[in-house]
Structures are given as structure tokens and as C-alpha cells.
Design a protein around this ligand. Structure first.
Ligand SMILES: N[C@@H](CCC(=O)N[C@@H](CS)C(=O)NCC(=O)O)C(=O)O
Length: 212
């Protein structure tokens, strides 16, 4: 059966679109990118007036479904392309870890995009001393419990590690050396595991990767 045609609809940045691209890349599934041109008009056409969205075109009927909400998109693709744990409880535990990464992403976005310039240093300091340490502590506990192998649950790389890879990169952009082999070795191992995945390695070296 032919695969649907996928279009990742988001701005020309990594942002919330990147975890979707990473899942598609790890699955070895082709996709295109679409960037908004006239946002006010395009916003009105989206299910929740926001991006990212995944446009899924059925190869037979040519009908396109617009799927919104980045976490729902990631879970849909991960389930479809077997980048999830097989056992339902393993899936749920891994998904709780994923949701904590979504929380940290939202906190980061709030600091960068949702804070007046004058208040940014204080917001960043709060993120650095409160959100970041508790993120590292919780994630390290899960990783150590699983034998510190760069994988959260069992032995299989899933959408969770792909998402964490992305958030580590974003955290390090926001706060230099937030997560390194020294400051958070268990998390760093996740980053290394994903960076060494054959398909992700190829993606990172490809022109498909967005520069920021
Ligand atoms: N919960 C949504 C949040 C989406 C969201 O906040 N999108 C922002 C960009 S990252 C957006 O579309 N902003 C433009 C707007 O709201 O007009 C998701 O995870 O997809």
C-alpha cells in the first residue's frame, strides 16, 4: 500500500515542528515542508489557528487531513511507524516522559517569546535554577533505572528519545552548556544515541535540516 504524502506545515525554523520532522526522518518516510506566507489568512484555515500541522494526503482518494497539535502528530506518526514501546504500560510511562519534555518546551518558549525584554533575565534565571535542574533530575532517574543506556524504557529508541534530543539542543541554545556530558551525563547519552542513529545522522548532515 502506498504511503500517504506528508507535509510538515510550520515556519522555516526547528521550533515545535522539529520533533515531527525527526520522527519522519527516523522512520525513513519522505515529507515536504510548507511555510506560511500570509499568516492571518492561513491561521483561519487551521483546526486550532496554530502551527505546526501535518498535512496527510491519501494516495488513493487524494483527500488531505490536516492534523494539528504537535504532540498528537508525533504520537500518530510514532505509532504508525513503530517508534513506540510495544507494551501499553511501557508506552504510557514513556509518554509521561515525553509530556514532561512538552512542559519544558512550553516553559522555554514562554521565556523566549512570552516575556517582555526587561523581564527576560529574571525569567531565564528562574528557568535555569528551577525548571532545568528538576528536568535533569527526573530524566536522570528514569535513565538510570533503565541502565543508563541512552534509552528511557526497554531497549528501543522511540519518539521519546527523538524529542529529548531536540529539547537538549534547544536548551543548549538558550543556556550554553545546560546539558553536557558533565552537567547531565545520562541525558547527554540520549543525545548521543539519537545523533548516532543512521537515519538521524544522515538528516543532520543533510540540507533538509533547518539552521535555527
Ligand atoms: N499546543 C500546540 C501549540 C502550538 C503553538 O503554540 N503554535 C504557535 C507557534 S510555536 C503558533 O502557531 N503561533 C502563532 C499564533 O498563535 O498565531 C502544539 O503543540 O502544536
Amino acid at each position: 500500500m502506498a504511503s500517504p504524502a506528508y507535509t510538515v506545515y510550520y515556519w522555516q525554523i526547528k521550533g515545535r515542528g522539529e520533533m515531527i520532522r525527526l520522527v519522519l526522518e527516523a522512520a525513513g518516510v519522505a515529507y515536504e515542508n510548507k511555510y506560511p506566507k500570509e499568516w492571518a489568512t492561513e491561521k483561519a484555515s487551521l483546526p486550532f489557528g496554530q502551527l505546526p500541522a501535518l498535512l496527510i494526503t491519501d494516495p488513493k482518494t487524494k483527500q488531505t487531513t490536516t492534523l494539528a497539535q504537535s504532540a498528537a502528530i508525533v504520537r500518530y506518526l510514532a505509532r504508525k511507524y513503530n517508534l513506540v514501546a510495544a507494551d501499553p504500560l511501557d508506552f504510557a510511562v514513556a509518554d509521561s516522559i515525553f509530556e514532561s519534555a512538552v512542559d519544558a518546551t512550553n516553559a522555554m518558549i514562554k521565556v523566549v517569546w512570552g516575556t517582555p525584554e526587561a523581564e527576560k533575565p529574571a525569567a531565564l534565571e528562574k528557568f535555569n535554577t528551577e525548571v532545568l535542574p528538576s528536568f535533569i533530575k527526573a530524566h536522570t532517574a528514569f535513565l538510570e533505572k533503565n541502565g543508563n543506556k541512552g534509552i528511557y524504557v526497554g531497549n528501543k529508541l522511540t519518539y521519546v528519545e527523538l524529542t529529548i534530543f531536540n529539547i537538549i539542543n534547544e536548551l543548549n541554545t538558550l543556556i550554553p552548556d545546560a546539558i553536557t556530558a558533565k552537567t547531565a551525563p545520562a541525558l547527554w547519552k540520549v543525545r548521543e544515541t539519537v545523533a548516532n542513529h543512521d537515519k538521524i545522522k544522515a538528516y543532520l548532515a543533510s540540507p533538509r535540516l533547518h539552521s535555527k
